[in-house]
Design a protein around this ligand. Sequence first.
Ligand code: SF4
Length: 203
Amino acid sequence: MRNIQLIEDEDFYNFKVSVKSSDVFLSVASYRLLSSKTDYPLHLGVTESGSFVPGSVKTSIGLGSLLMEGIGDTIRVSLSDDPIKEIKIGNEILKSLNLRNRGVKIISCPSCARQGFEVIDVVKKLEEKLSHIKTPLTLSIIGCVVNGPGEAASTDIGITGGGKDSNMLYLNGVQKEKLKNDEIISKVVALVEKKEKDIKNKI
Ligand code: SF4
């Protein structure tokens, strides 16, 4: 607050405040305290958070806790890794908290013996092939019927693994057609691109 006062004494008010720390607890506590004392915009970050996996986890916990409380105006993800990954993690944090709804949000299940197709591989490829999509759309890529139909009911496009090349495609929760394993990626990409085009044409 002393530093804020120094800047204000110079009649300068167009700034935001950052109190990043590499310690998650210290960062969160500092921003909470600061937000109770000033209305200046706060720039959030867990600084020098480390390499990709630990840094992403620390950042998500720290920034996520604050953003869920409505604290914070801009964010920075600081990883010892490619800056493009920092942006991806930042975007995912905002998307997870429904603070940004840009692009495709994928619901998918982990490795499991019941999967009717290679979920992990399909999701990786879909993320890559759909990275150009800016319209908010939801996909569920689920390996079997245990959770597939339920997730498909709450997403724009859903795939439920059926085994033996008979996976089910859902549009807006409604069963549409069976797909072979090697048809899933091209079909979903085509449908997402068409949906984005249709939405843009309506605007
Ligand atoms: S939804 Fe089915 S395939 Fe996916 S993790 Fe659960 S049981 Fe396994």
